[in-house]
Design a protein around this ligand. Structure first.
Ligand code: NZQ
Ligand code: ZN
Length: 388
């Protein structure tokens, strides 16, 4: 195991009625708030009105709104938010919505202090992030894990890039997680969230670091949970327990728990972010297509043992032929995504063969990707072609 510092300062209030705690939690955001939300789902579900009522009751608190944050949030929304913060002396940000809303809020929170255009942070790297306003979240979607982590992923339409920043300063001060809010998420988006959670676990499970027994068994438990409860959220969308299991798994999958003490891969995410940037693909849909293609490509004699353990412990596959067991595990993964209604080929989601080279180039623009197996341009291109 590698050395690490474990620091997850987010206060998580989990369960039905957690919004009742919002008034109390808001005190850490100061007296001038920016209330950030998406394209209207919270208005339809009544959550907007509920938050509005709570904010109005805070006697000393003023607030402004930033509405309309898009899925695959854009740097333009971040710029708008920063301008509002500067104009109104904002002291903290409240994000109400999914990962896109929260990622936008986090980027605004640090962008306020950034001396340059906020996109520069994504190009220059995490070490340039020195300060951030506190952010609180009311989550309505299970998938990204943004509610407990320090990541923010933002798209730039002008440069066709989708890039991430990471800093402990961006971990939310609090996150209210009420699984009942996720019941209204459309079926295809719920499935995309399930794939995203599954992929976050795999990206950390496939690691070159040896002796990671505790991380591996934790990861397998979370994968088992998703395999069990993911389909229930689709077949019985109102079942609270399934929504709760998936929502908490989403947070645990990417709050650091699985990744501390080891290297993680993240090549599939790096490739998917390019597809999202080029084609505005839903993140989980891109991952559902790319993950089996990545697995098939990197499964070779040197890496096979990990695939065998995965096939045995997650899918219950038995047998003495290691090659067969490993292949069955990959097949099961693909079948699982298909059972959730996910497409299997890039061509089925409007991606053009002619841009695969450009996409591969963009995925390795900052150098080779992947820690479990290092991938360069040719490797990425082959994975994209195999997934096409
Ligand atoms: O915009 P609104 O109207 O709110 O609608 C959203 C959006 O259309 C809707 N939605 C959310 N909650 C709902 C709901 N509809 C009905 N009822 C509800 N309760 O769902 C759609 C998708 O929302 P979005 O926030 O985009 O989904 P998600 O949480 O999956 O976030 C995806 C973004 O996060 C990034 C992805 O790349 C993508 O940009 N990621 C962030 C990560 C992180 N911060 O750690 C890690 C991930 O790997 C990922 O890259
Ligand atoms: Zn993801």
């Amino acid at each position: 195991m590698l050395n690490f510092t474990y620091h997850v300062p987010t206060r998580v209030v989990f369960g039905k009625g957690s919004l009742d705690k919002l008034g109390r939690e808001l005190s850490c955001l100061g007296d001038s708030l920016l209330f950030v939300y998406g394209q209207g789902s919270i208005k339809k579900t009544g959550l907007y009105d509920a938050v509005h009522q709570i904010l109005k009751k805070q006697q000393q608190v003023r607030y402004r709104e930033l509405a309309g944050v898009q899925p695959n949030p854009r740097i333009t929304s971040v710029r708008d938010g920063i301008a509002l913060c500067k104009e109104h002396g904002v002291t903290g940000i409240l994000a109400v919505g999914g990962g896109s809303v929260l990622d936008c809020a986090k980027t605004i929170a640090t962008g306020v202090f950034y001396p340059d255009d906020p996109w520069e942070m994504f190009l220059k790297g995490d070490s340039t992030i020195q300060r951030a306003l506190p952010v609180g979240a009311v989550m309505t979607f299970a998938g990204t894990g943004s509610e407990m982590n320090g990541n923010a992923v933002i798209s730039n339409e002008q440069t066709s890039q989708k890039l991430a920043i990471h800093s402990d300063l961006l971990r939310p001060a609090f996150s209210l997680l009420d699984p009942t809010y996720t019941i209204t998420v459309p079926r295809d988006q719920t499935a995309a969230g399930v794939v995203d959670i599954f992929s976050h676990i795999l990206e950390q499970y496939f690691s070159p670091t040896q002796e990671t027994f505790v991380q591996d068994r934790l990861a397998e438990s979370l994968l088992n949970t998703i395999v069990h409860y993911g389909p229930v959220t689709l077949n019985e969308p109102h079942q609270y327990e399934a929504r709760a299991q998936v929502m908490w798994t989403s947070s645990l999958a990417l709050n650091g728990l699985l990744g501390y003490g080891k290297l993680s891969d993240w090549a599939t995410h790096a490739i998917e972010h390019v597809l999202s940037a080029f084609y505005d693909v839903t993140h989980g849909v891109g991952l559902a297509i790319l993950t089996p293609a990545w697995m098939q490509y990197v499964c070779e004699p040197k890496t096979r043992e990990r695939f065998v353990t995965y096939a045995q412990n997650v899918w219950g596959i038995t047998g003495t032929d290691a090659d067969h067991v490993a292949t069955q595990g990959i097949l099961k993964t693909q079948e699982f995504f298909t059972s959730l209604g996910m497409p299997t080929r890039l061509r089925d989601i409007g991606i053009h063969n002619e841009r695969l080279q450009e996409a591969a180039k963009s995925a390795v623009a900052f150098g080779d990707i992947g820690k479990f197996k290092k991938l360069g341009y040719r490797d990425v291109l082959t994975i994209l072609q195999n997934a096409y």
